[in-house]
Design a protein around this ligand. Sequence first.
Ligand code: SAH
Ligand code: SF4
Ligand code: F3S
Length: 438
Amino acid sequence: MSKKYTIITYGCQMNHHDSEKISYLLETLGYTKEDDLEKSDFIIYNTCLVRENAELKVYGQLGALKNLKRKKPEMIIAVCGCMMQTGDARATIISKYKHVDIIFGTKNISRLPSLIARHRSTGEVIVDIEEEDIIDDETPINREHPFIAYVNIMTGCNNYCTFCIVPYARGKEISRTPESIINEIKDLAKKGYKEITLLGQNVNSYGKTLRPKVTFPELLKMVNEIDGIERIRFLTSHPKDCSDELIDAMASLDKVCENIHLPFQSGSNKILKDMHRVYTREHYLELIRKLKEKVPNITLSTDIIVGFPGETEEDFKDTLSMVEKVGYDQGFTFLYSIRKGTKAAEMQNQIPHEVKQERFQRLIDSMYKIFYEKNKECLGQTLEVLVEGISKNNPDILTGRTRGYKLVHFKGGKKNIGQLVNVKITGHNSFALEGEIV
Ligand code: SAH
Ligand code: SF4
Ligand code: F3S
């Protein structure tokens, strides 16, 4: 009987994409995928440390595995991902979670088979962390989805926003060459993939480290020419590098979807400065104006942090007013979380939890209303939807996304999965649309 593995992934798309590599490597070793921890021979946690909650979840789950490991000592438990790139979290796992067998980071995933072999032959705990910034261009990917794919175009981040731990976990920014990216996407197109999401912490600074230099809009043009690919998305854009060239590319390239995730974090110039975001509220609003003008029907989403050190009621009101001015279709809001090692963690004027919580509630109340209104505008329209699968709650209902990344539920059969269909929108709430295939 073949051995079984379970991967539990936290964090962003980048981590989920890394898990697709881990899955490939484990399957080459003969493991098969399993969801039930009790039946697994290999359990791996791919961790995130962007906020404290993400870390606490991993500690909680690992603690709960102690008993299982006692019952099944031959089972291997591994921990990898962003948490393992920082000394503190790694030391905690090594000292307090002695049932963990293998620890590695974000830059040495391809070495997993040899780490497993070393653990098997020595029985020792294996800790392998790569500090050098490298980009893994070679490990094949066992994609979770048969027609939608993430494609990494770069790794790392040089921005050092003062709240953020990502640059410490993921290292310096490095871009893959366009040739390598294009070959991967051509291969995906041959296999029937229709939608590609280009991934990077800050895709707008793609190519700066390459010789010859390539810009992100130039890369988009190359991807747009690949036959078979129908939709191109990208994540994440930093407002400071969102150029006119990018906006023009979005407007002119037919496969690039009319949707952008453009985190503004705070609407207050004072807070933006302390966050080291390197743009102002006015600059951001100007970008939004241009995007709306040049890319008809563009949908917008964002990330917002509430309760950054020193945030006053006035600063927070500036955030509320941004949300209203822009009119987002989607958005993610976070309570500021102190991350040891970042500049903001050292700031003296931390905001009490109750204040953060209260502002957070006001912000989401306001945002959900706006999402509702935005979705209402879709009523009566016929939108192109890529059918992703069957709804978890109802086997007669299909789910898919519009080019604007809106989730749509509608009646249909299995045969529609993977197809682009036109759906007339007949209903909505704040988070999804409802419709009928036309
Ligand atoms: N590279 C992306 C963001 C990656 S992290 C960008 O710059 O847009 C995803 C989101 O997590 C960020 O946009 C931010 O809103 C949030 N975040 C990061 N650090 C945080 C912290 N310390 N506390 C709360 N939210 C945080
Ligand atoms: Fe973090 Fe800022 Fe880099 Fe995004 S751009 S990953 S928020 S440091
Ligand atoms: Fe988390 Fe690492 Fe992504 S810290 S948000 S998984 S880059």
